[in-house]
Design a protein around this ligand. Structure first.
Ligand SMILES: [Zn+2]
Length: 116
């Protein structure tokens, strides 16, 4: 049995490169996946804001402080976008939705159990 942490294996042509972070072959590297599933530090309070500064048309509704990973946020954003029929994006652990969706978002998040 070869030791997978053997430094000579790092550039082995048999296995390809080994990821220095998870010690798995790059092909099977799980670091990206792990990073996507990291939960942000939050105060536990979800904030819903409407911002119009520098925005086109009706501005955007921004949801802060959800205790969700990037992956979960993207899923939730997708759900909210289709529920409200609007566009949006996930940025730095916030969800942005086009237009003023504060009331609808508040109702929906309460329904999903993310805020009281
Ligand atoms: Zn890795």
């Amino acid at each position: 049995m070869k030791d997978i942490t053997d430094p000579h294996l790092i550039y082995s042509t048999d296995n390809g490169s080994i990821c220095p972070d998870c010690s798995k072959p790059i092909k099977e590297c799980i670091c990206r996946e792990i990073r996507r599933n990291v939960l942000p530090k939050t105060s536990g309070k979800v904030k819903i804001c409407h911002e119009t500064a520098g925005r086109k048309n009706k501005g955007v509704t921004i949801i802060y402080g959800l205790p969700l990973s990037q992956d979960q946020l993207e899923k939730l954003a997708k759900k909210l976008k289709s529920t409200f029929g609007t566009g949006g994006a996930v940025k730095d652990y916030t969800i942005e939705l086009q237009g003023d969706q504060r009331e609808k978002v508040a109702v929906e998040l309460r329904r999903l159990g993310y805020s009281d």
